[in-house]
Design a binder for this molecule. Structure first.
Ligand code: BJW
Ligand code: ZN
Length: 260
């Protein structure tokens, strides 16, 4: 494994020769847009909870207003921020490969839509979307207006989730909580993209949460090179061929430029 603080000629050659690229992204890629990562300390109403405490079906059962308001506030914040140069670099690289008969598959654990807003197509949202809602009882999807919160200020108090129009059950966000299955289609298409890639990039994830963290390791079976982009060492750094130690907003544009 090589730990790098810039794209070397060797890595640039590898990137330039890759025509089928799979990229797994995590919360770190949205950090430079002003979105807190999952394992950062919480503030406001949620100060005494970790995000892991809140992202469970049990938390929603026991404290629906607290959990619901957390998601509505996070939606509000997302609506007030923009994609950053890391998202833009992946979109640019994806368009460039598509124009030359190649492919770049974005597989994200993020529930935000910042890849899409940067002009990229996302193959798989492994953990769902924060902007989708469905009934906990009858599973009917529901459209809601944008939240009235200011995402840069904390709500003063928790609000109860709205009721489903069809059955009166509670609405919940369309995300995947701990202990829940990932959407099968997303997981299968992500596995296929990694198995058929000739380069796999992992950006902005701690590599802690399964089964997403194991997906890039499928590349080891075929000897496909693995590149990590992260300012910190992670749980999956040891499996990487190259670790670019720096923020994705700087490192991904450098990687995408090398592909030109
Ligand atoms: C930067 C940066 C910059 C900062 N540039 N980088 C096997 C072993 C052990 C446990 C399990 C196992 N298999 C399953 C489990 C249980 C569980 C699990 O993995 N637990 C772990 C805590 C150990 N997994 C599940 O429950 C999954 N379901 C499942 O397995 O179903 C099958 C099953 C069902 C029932 C019984 C048994 C099996 C579901 C997991 C769902 C995860 N959902 C969440 C919440 C989504 C909704 C929401 O957003 O609220 O997804 S949890 C949270 O973690 C979120 C994220 O997508 C996910 C990953 O986090 P991520 O993206 O890596 O963020 P961080 O914050 O951890 O890291 C940020 C990184 O960015 C850091 O490395 C920074 O250094 C870096 N960074 N600035 C680049 N500028
Ligand atoms: Zn319902």
């Amino acid at each position: 494994m090589q730990v790098l603080d810039e794209v070397t000629d060797e890595l640039a050659d590898l990137v330039r020769s890759a025509s089928r690229v799979a990229v797994l992204t995590g919360a770190g890629i949205s950090a430079e847009s002003g979105v807190p990562t999952f394992r950062e300390a919480q503030t406001g109403l949620w100060e005494q909870f970790s995000a892991e405490d809140l992202a469970t079906p049990e938390a929603f059962d026991q404290a629906p207003a607290l959990v619901w308001t957390w998601y509505r506030w996070r939606q509000a914040l997302l609506l007030q921020v923009d994609p950053n140069p890391g998202h833009a670099a992946l979109a640019r690289w994806q368009h460039q490969l598509a124009a030359t008969g190649g492919d770049l598959s974005i597989i994200t654990q993020n529930v935000d839509d910042l890849h899409e807003r940067s002009g990229a197509r996302v193959l798989a949202h492994l953990h769902g979307s924060i902007f989708d809602h469905r009934c906990v009882d009858c599973t009917k999807p529901a459209d809601l207006p944008a939240p009235h919160y200011d995402g840069f200020a904390h709500p003063p108090e928790p609000a109860e989730p709205p009721a489903c129009e069809a059955c009166g059950g509670s609405l919940r966000p369309g995300v995947v909580w701990f202990g829940e299955m990932l959407p099968m289609n997303a997981f299968d298409s992500a596995s296929a993209a990694i198995r058929s890639a000739d380069l796999v990039v992992v950006a902005g994830t701690s590599g802690i949460v399964q089964p997403a963290a194991s997906l890039p390791l499928l590349a080891l079976e075929s000897g496909t090179p693995l590149v990590e982009v992260n300012p910190e060492e992670t749980d999956i750094s040891d499996a990487m061929d190259y670790c670019l130690r720096g923020p994705s907003g700087t490192m991904l544009p450098a990687v995408a430029d090398a592909a030109l």
